[in-house]
Design a protein around this ligand. Structure first.
Ligand code: ADP
Length: 673
C-alpha cells in the first residue's frame, strides 16, 4: 500500500485520464450548489458524518463537493495524495470499502487516518462513459463501521446518478463552447462581409434578397432594411434582363445545371435612381436549411470602364496629336541637318544631330506605345496564315543587315523547312526586335545565330548571341514594359524598353510562348508558335478564349463537338434543345452559336428566330451545323444565318466559320477571357 513516499498508481497519473479530468471542469474551483446536494444526500441517507465528491488529480485530491470535513480542509478543499483513500478507488476503477482503517493493510499508513481521523470509508468510482475514472464518491465515518450491502448499493446508485450529472454538464459545456466558437465565426464572417469593398448579396430560392451588405447599399442605393425581402431581379436587374435572370435560376433549381455559376460575369445592373451601370459579379449556389441560397459578390465597374475609355482616347490622342507635330519637327530638323537651308556652325550641326537622334527616339517610343496598346486591346487583328519560317527569318535579317554590319556583328542563319501558323508581319517584327537586341548587346566581331525547328506541334525559333548575357534575376523581368538590365541600356543603345513586351504580347496572341536563357557567354531568346498543321483548327489571333454554345439534340454530337472546340482553345457550352440554347445564350452570352437545324420540338430555324428577337442574343452570330446543305434546306436558307457547316464535320470549315463569326462582332469583353 502506498505510504507517503510511494508514487501514485500509474493509472492515477495516466495522461489521458488527467486530460479528461481537466476537460470535465471538475477541478474548477467554482462552488456548485447543485453538486452539493449529492453529498448532503449521501451523508444523510447513509448516516455518515462526511460525504465527498473527490476528484483525484496528479498529486492531490480535490473535493468538488463535500459535507462534514474538518474546517481547515473544508476551506482548502484539497489534500495531498498521501491523505487520499479515493486514489485507491481510481487506481482500481472499482469500489473501496474499509471498516476500520487502522486494521486495514491497504490504508492503515494513510495520512488521513492519523491527521483527519478517517476510520471507516466506502467509495464508489466516478467513471465517465468514455471509460475514465475521474474520482470517487465516498462516505466516511470517524468510528469503525461495517457497511451493509444495502448501504453500498445505495452509495453506488448515488455515484452513478452523480456521474450522469457530471457528464451532462461536460456535454453542455462543450456544446456551449462550440456555440461560442460558431457565434465568433459568424461575427467574423459578418464583419468581413460588412467591410468588403465588393457588394455581397444573397438570395433564397424564391428570388428574394436575404443578405445585403453595406457595399451593396452603396452600389445599388437600397438600404439593407429596404432590400431584404425584396425580389432581387426587380431590385437590381434592368427590366429587359429580368426574365432571363428568372429563367436561369429556375433552370438551375430544376436541373442542377448552372453554367453561369462561379464565372466572372459582366451584366448591366440597375441603381435605385434608375441609372444602369456595368456590374462585374460571381454567383455561387449553396444548399441551406430552407433550400438553395445564391450568393454573389458584385462590383460596379463604371469607373474601370471609364478609365479604359480614357486610356483609349489618350492613346488615340497621342497617335494623332503628338505624331503629327513630331513629323514636321523631324522633317524640319532633317532639312536643317542636310544643310539644304544653309550651312550651320559646327556646334549648330552637332546640336541638330542630337535633336534628330532624340526625335527619332521619341517617334520610336510613341510608335511602340501605340503598338503595345493596339496589340493589347485586340485592336490589331492578327491574321495567322501558314508561312515558311525560313522566309520570315530572311526578311527580318535583311532589314538588319546594315545595322549588324555597322556593329561588326555577323548574323548566321541555319536552314529550316518549318512551316508556322503566324501573322507574318508580326513575327518578322518579333524576330527583328530580338535580332537587333542581340546585335546591340554583342561586341564587335561576335556572331548572332538564328535557328528554327519544328517540335511536336510547335515551331521553335531561337536567337542566340555571344553578348554580355542577362543576370538570372532579370530573365523574367525584361519582358515587362520599360524593364532593362541596366537603367542606361535604352538611352545608350537607343531602345525604348518596350520591345520585348511587344514581342511577348505578339507571341502570346498567337497562342505561343517566349523566354530567354542566358549566361555571361551570351543569351538565347526562344519563342514557340503553333505549327501550320493546326491551321484549320485554332482560334489563334482571337482575343481571350472565345465561348461557343453548341446546340444539338444528339448528346453525343454535343459532347464530341464540345471536346473538339475545347481542344482548340474555345470554351464549349452544351445545349440539347432550342429552348435550352435560348436560355444559355441569354445567360452566358457566348461569342457564337453552333446550331443544329433539325431538332424535334423547337427546330434550329425557330431557335434562331427566337434568338434574333431577344435584345440580349440578337447580336450573337449563328452558324448552322446540319446534315443538310444550305441549298437542300430551302431557298435562301443559307442567307438567314451567319454561316453553314455540313455534317459530317470538316474541321477546317467549322473553325474557319467560327473564327469568321467571332471576328464579325464588335470587340467586347467575354466572361471567359
Ligand atoms: P530595349 O528597347 O531597351 O532594347 P527591350 O524590351 O527590347 O527594350 O529589352 C529590354 C532590356 O532587356 C534591354 O534594355 C536589355 O537590358 C535587355 N536585353 C534584351 N536583349 C538582350 C540581349 N540579347 N542581351 C543582353 N541584354 C538584353
Amino acid at each position: 500500500m502506498p505510504s507517503r513516499t510511494q508514487p501514485p498508481h500509474p493509472y492515477v497519473v495516466q495522461e489521458d485520464r488527467l486530460a479528461s479530468l481537466v476537460g470535465s471542469g471538475m477541478l474548477d474551483e467554482t462552488q456548485e450548489p447543485a453538486l452539493d446536494r449529492w453529498t448532503r444526500l449521501g451523508s444523510s441517507l447513509l448516516s455518515a458524518p462526511i460525504c465527498l465528491l473527490s476528484m483525484v488529480d496528479r498529486d492531490r485530491q480535490y473535493f468538488k463537493s463535500q459535507v462534514g470535513l474538518p474546517a481547515e480542509v473544508a476551506q482548502t478543499r484539497e489534500t495531498p495524495l498521501s491523505h487520499s483513500f479515493c486514489q485507491h478507488v481510481v487506481a482500481e476503477q472499482g469500489p473501496l470499502v474499509v471498516s476500520d482503517a487502522r486494521q486495514d493493510l491497504r490504508v492503515r499508513d494513510n495520512g488521513a487516518v492519523r491527521d483527519l481521523g478517517v476510520i471507516a470509508y466506502a467509495g464508489q468510482p466516478v467513471t465517465t462513459s468514455d471509460g475514465h475514472t475521474l474520482g470517487s464518491f465516498c462516505v466516511i465515518d470517524s468510528k469503525p463501521r461495517s457497511w451493509s450491502a444495502a448501504e453500498l448499493a445505495l452509495l453506488e446508485d448515488l455515484a452513478v446518478g452523480l456521474t450522469t450529472e457530471i457528464e451532462l454538464r461536460v456535454a453542455l459545456r462543450r456544446s456551449l463552447a462550440v456555440h461560442d466558437e460558431l457565434a465568433a465565426n459568424q461575427r467574423q464572417t459578418r464583419e468581413i462581409l460588412d467591410t468588403a469593398h465588393d457588394a455581397f448579396i444573397s438570395m433564397g430560392e424564391n428570388g428574394r434578397i436575404v443578405d445585403w451588405n453595406p457595399q451593396a447599399e452603396a452600389t445599388f442605393g437600397w438600404s439593407s432594411a429596404e432590400a431584404i425581402g425584396r425580389d432581387l431581379a426587380d431590385t437590381i436587374s434592368p427590366p429587359v434582363h429580368r426574365a432571363a435572370h428568372r429563367r436561369g435560376m429556375a433552370h438551375y433549381l430544376s436541373t442542377g445545371e448552372g453554367p453561369a455559376l462561379m464565372q466572372r460575369l459582366e451584366l448591366s445592373a440597375l441603381h435605385r435612381d434608375g441609372r444602369e451601370f456595368p456590374l462585374e459579379l460571381t454567383i455561387s449556389a449553396q444548399p441551406a436549411a430552407e433550400g438553395c441560397r445564391f450568393h454573389a459578390f458584385a462590383r460596379d465597374v463604371t469607373e474601370r470602364r471609364a478609365a479604359e475609355r480614357a486610356k483609349d482616347e489618350f492613346t488615340s490622342m497621342v497617335s494623332h496629336e503628338l505624331r503629327t507635330p513630331l513629323t514636321s519637327i523631324r522633317g524640319s530638323l532633317g532639312l536643317l541637318e542636310s544643310g539644304l537651308l544653309g550651312p550651320l556652325s559646327e556646334k549648330g550641326q552637332r546640336m541638330v544631330e542630337i535633336a534628330v537622334e532624340n526625335t527619332d527616339r521619341l517617334v520610336r517610343l510613341i510608335n511602340d506605345i501605340l503598338d503595345l496598346e493596339r496589340v493589347d486591346s485586340g485592336a490589331i487583328d492578327l491574321n495567322p496564315q501558314p508561312c515558311d519560317a525560313a522566309g520570315l527569318i530572311q526578311q527580318a535579317v535583311q532589314g538588319l543587315d546594315q545595322f549588324a554590319a555597322q556593329a561588326q556583328v555577323e548574323i548566321v542563319t541555319e536552314e529550316t523547312t518549318a512551316v508556322v501558323l503566324a501573322d507574318s508581319d508580326r513575327v518578322i517584327q518579333t524576330l527583328t526586335n530580338l535580332i537587333s537586341n542581340a546585335v546591340k548587346f554583342s561586341s564587335a566581331g561576335s556572331t548572332v545565330r538564328l535557328s528554327c525547328a519544328q517540335r511536336d506541334d510547335e515551331v521553335l525559333f531561337k536567337v542566340s548571341d555571344q553578348g554580355r548575357g542577362i543576370p538570372a534575376e532579370k530573365l523574367e523581368l525584361i519582358f515587362e514594359r520599360f524593364q532593362q538590365v541596366d537603367a542606361s541600356d535604352s538611352r545608350e543603345k537607343g531602345g525604348t524598353g518596350l520591345g520585348l513586351a511587344i514581342c511577348r504580347m505578339i507571341v502570346e496572341r498567337h497562342g505561343g510562348r517566349i523566354w530567354v536563357e542566358s549566361s555571361p557567354a551570351g543569351s538565347v531568346f526562344s519563342f514557340a508558335l503553333p505549327t501550320a498543321s493546326n491551321a484549320a483548327s485554332s482560334p489563334e489571333g482571337l482575343p481571350g478564349r472565345p465561348s461557343i454554345l453548341v446546340c444539338d439534340n444528339d448528346a453525343a454530337v454535343v459532347e464530341v463537338v464540345g471536346k473538339m472546340l475545347e481542344q482548340h482553345g474555345f470554351r464549349a457550352i452544351g445545349a440539347q434543345s432550342g429552348r435550352q440554347a435560348l436560355e444559355l445564350a441569354t445567360i452566358e452570352q457566348p461569342d457564337a452559336i453552333l446550331l443544329d437545324l433539325l431538332m424535334p420540338a423547337v427546330s434550329g430555324e425557330k431557335t434562331a428566330a427566337a434568338l434574333a428577337k431577344r435584345d440580349e442574343t440578337r447580336d450573337i452570330p449563328v452558324v448552322i451545323l446540319s446534315v443538310l446543305s444550305a441549298s437542300e434546306a430551302g431557298k435562301d436558307a443559307g442567307a438567314r444565318f451567319f454561316d453553314w457547316v455540313e455534317k459530317p464535320i470538316d474541321e477546317t470549315a467549322l473553325f474557319h466559320a467560327l473564327e469568321r463569326a467571332i471576328r464579325s462582332r464588335p470587340t467586347r469583353s467575354t466572361s471567359s477571357s
